[in-house]
Ligand binder design. Structure first.
Ligand code: FRU
Length: 502
C-alpha cells in the first residue's frame, strides 16, 4: 500500500476522506441528491491551521470514494462561512428555484470578524445560499442574514430539516450552553420555537453542531438530539453527547432528565458529526459522518501539507439494551467494497501474544478486523498494532473494569502537544463474556465498534513507520472464536489530485 502514498505524507489516510490540501474541520451540509452524496466541509484554503472558513466540497456515489470539487462557499461582506447544513427544497418553499428544478439550499453561520474585533457580541448570524445545478455553482441569498443575532457570542451551526408534524422547516441551533429551535415555512424567515438543555447533559464547554432526527425503536418513534461539546468530552477535549426524547414539532422533551451523559463515541477523535437521511426512499438509513480530530491538538497534528480527516461513514440506530435505549453506530455496508481479501481466523485459545500477522499474513496498515472473543475467564485482551521501531497502538477490553480502551501513548509521535498522548476508555458491559471488536485501521486512525456499536471509539495516532504487525495479547485465558480479517484498498487514488476514486 505504501506506493499509493504521496512523498512526504506518511500519515495521509488512504480510505478516509481528507482535504486535497490545507486545513479541514467539521463536515457540513451532507445531502444526497440525484445519485450523489454531497460533502461540504469547514476549510481554510490559505493554510494548514484553522483560519478564514470556506465550505470545501466533494461528491461521492457511495460515501467511500470521493471526488473533490471546487470550493462551494466563499466568505463575503457578512463574514466567513462556519458550519451548517443543506437541504433539497423539493416543493420550492423558498421560491429560489422551481418545482421542476428544486434548489439545493445551504444554511450556515456567518462569522463576522470585523464586528468581533470591534467588541460586538452579535457577530454570528445565519446565512443562506442556493444552487440550481446540483451544487456545482452557488448564489448567496440577497437578503442575508436570514437569522440575526440577539447579542450572544456563540450562536451557530444551524441544522435544518423538514418536520412533517409541524408542517414546516425546523432549525436546530447551538447557542452557547443550550439549543434553540426555530421554525420556517420558506427557509428565509425564521421564528423561535423553544429552547432546550441549559440544565441537561454535559456542560464542560460550549455547545456546538446540534442535530435532531427521529429513529424507530421497539416499533416506536424516538427523537435523538446530538450536541457536540468543546471541551468536556469523556476522554478530554471535544466530543459529541446525545439526548433521547420526543419532539412535537416545537419542543424537545428529554426522556431522561437525570441521565448520566450519553456519548456517541468515547474516542478523542470524533467531533462535530452530522447526520443525514434523504437517501433513496427504499433505504431509510440515518447516516453519520464526523470530523476525526479534537480541538485540543487539531492545529498541531504532524501532517504537513494537509490537516484532518473525516470518520468513516456510519449508520446510527437505536437499540434496547439491559440499561435502556441507546444509540449505536455501525460502519456503513458500502465500506465492504474496500475489502481486497478475506481471511478467516480459526477458533483458537489465546494465551500470551498470538501473532495474527505472521499466522495469516495480515501485514497491512489498511485493515478491517472483525474479532469474536470469549473473555469470560480473562482479565484483559489487547489487540496490538506495531512496527519495527517498537511503537505500538493498543486497543482492548478490561474485563474487571468493564471498559474498552485505546492506548496511544507509545504509538509514535506524541510530543507535538502535551494533551495528545493518553489511554482512553469507554464503558461496556458484556453478556456472558462475549466481545466483538470490529476495528478499522487506516495508517493513522483506528475506529472500534464493540458489540454491534454499543461502545464506539475513534482515535488518531502518528507512527514513525506503518503499523503492519497485529497481535492479540491476553491477560488470563481468552478464546478467539471464528473471526474475519480483511486487507483494505485505498479509496484515494491521489492525495493531491482532484479525484479520489477507488
Ligand atoms: C465546531 C466548530 C463550529 C463552528 C466551526 C468553525 O468544530 O467550532 O461550532 O461553526 O467549528 O470552523
Amino acid at each position: 500500500m505504501a506506493e499509493t502514498k504521496k512523498q512526504g505524507e506518511p500519515h495521509r489516510l488512504q480510505y478516509h476522506f481528507t482535504p486535497p490540501s490545507k486545513w479541514m474541520n467539521d463536515p457540513n451540509g451532507m445531502v444526497y441528491h440525484k445519485g450523489e452524496y454531497h460533502l461540504f466541509y469547514q476549510h481554510n484554503p490559505g493554510g494548514t491551521t484553522w483560519g478564514p472558513m470556506h465550505w470545501g466540497h466533494a461528491i461521492s456515489k457511495d460515501m467511500v470514494s470521493w471526488e473533490h470539487l471546487p470550493i462551494a462557499l466563499f466568505p463575503d461582506e457578512n463574514g466567513t462561512i462556519f458550519s451548517g447544513s443543506a437541504v433539497i427544497d423539493e416543493n420550492n418553499t423558498s421560491g429560489l428555484g422551481t418545482k421542476a428544478n428544486p434548489p439545493m439550499v445551504a444554511i450556515y453561520t456567518y462569522h463576522n470578524e470585523k464586528l468581533e474585533k470591534a467588541g460586538r457580541t452579535d457577530y454570528q448570524t445565519q446565512g443562506l445560499a442556493f444552487s440550481l445545478d446540483n451544487g456545482r455553482t452557488w448564489k448567496k441569498y440577497d437578503k442575508n442574514p436570514v437569522l440575526k443575532n440577539p447579542g450572544i457570542r456563540d450562536f451557530r451551526d444551524p441544522k435544518v430539516s423538514w418536520n412533517e408534524k409541524a408542517g414546516q422547516w425546523v432549525m436546530t441551533l447551538a447557542v452557547l450552553d443550550h439549543i434553540e429551535f426555530y421554525g420556517s415555512k420558506n427557509l428565509t424567515e425564521w421564528t423561535k420555537l423553544s429552547e432546550f438543555g441549559k440544565n441537561s447533559g454535559a456542560h464542560g464547554g460550549v455547545w456546538e453542531c446540534p442535530d435532531l432526527f427521529p429513529l424507530k425503536v421497539n416499533g416506536q418513534e424516538k427523537w435523538v438530539l446530538l450536541v457536540s461539546i468543546n471541551p468536556g468530552g469523556p476522554n478530554k477535549g471535544s466530543a459529541t453527547q446525545y439526548f433521547l426524547g420526543d419532539f412535537d414539532g416545537k419542543t424537545f422533551k428529554n426522556d431522561n432528565p437525570e441521565q448520566t451523559t450519553f456519548w456517541v463515541d468515547y474516542g478523542t477523535d470524533n467531533y462535530a458529526g452530522v447526520t443525514w437521511d434523504n437517501i433513496p426512499k427504499s433505504d431509510g438509513r440515518r447516516l453519520f459522518l464526523g470530523w476525526m480530530s479534537n480541538w485540543l491538538y487539531a492545529n498541531e497534528v504532524p501532517t504537513g501539507t494537509w490537516r484532518s480527516a473525516n470518520t468513516l461513514p456510519r449508520e446510527l440506530k437505536l437499540v434496547q439494551t439491559p440499561e435502556g435505549i441507546r444509540l449505536v453506530s455501525e460502519p456503513v455496508k458500502e465500506l465492504q467494497k474496500l475489502r481486497v481479501n478475506t481471511t478467516t481466523l480459526k477458533a483458537q485459545p489465546v494465551s500470551g501474544p498470538l501473532d495474527l500477522s505472521s499466522q495469516y499474513k495480515l501485514n497491512s496498515p489498511l485493515q478491517e478486523l472483525d474479532l469474536n472473543l470469549d473473555v469470560s475467564q480473562a482479565q484483559e485482551i489487547t489487540v496490538r498494532f506495531s512496527n519495527t521501531k517498537g511503537e505500538h497502538l493498543d486497543v482492548g477490553y478490561s474485563v474487571s473494569r468493564k471498559e474498552m480502551f485505546i492506548d496511544r501513548t507509545k504509538a509514535g509521535k506524541i510530543d507535538f502537544k502535551d494533551t495528545f498522548p493518553g489511554r482512553h476508555t469507554a464503558p461496556l458491559t458484556l453478556e456472558n463474556g462475549k466481545l466483538n471488536l470490529h476495528l478499522f485501521l487506516d495508517v493513522a486512525s483506528v475506529e472500534v465498534f464493540a458489540n454491534g456499536g454499543r461502545a464506539v471509539m475513534t482515535d488518531i495516532f502518528f507512527p514513525n513507520e506503518d503499523f503492519t504487525k497485529v497481535e492479540l495479547i491476553s491477560s488470563g485465558p481468552v478464546q478467539l472464536l471464528e473471526s474475519k480479517a480483511y486487507k483494505m484498498k485505498p479509496s484515494m487514488k491521489s492525495a493531491s489530485g482532484l479525484t479520489m476514486g477507488a
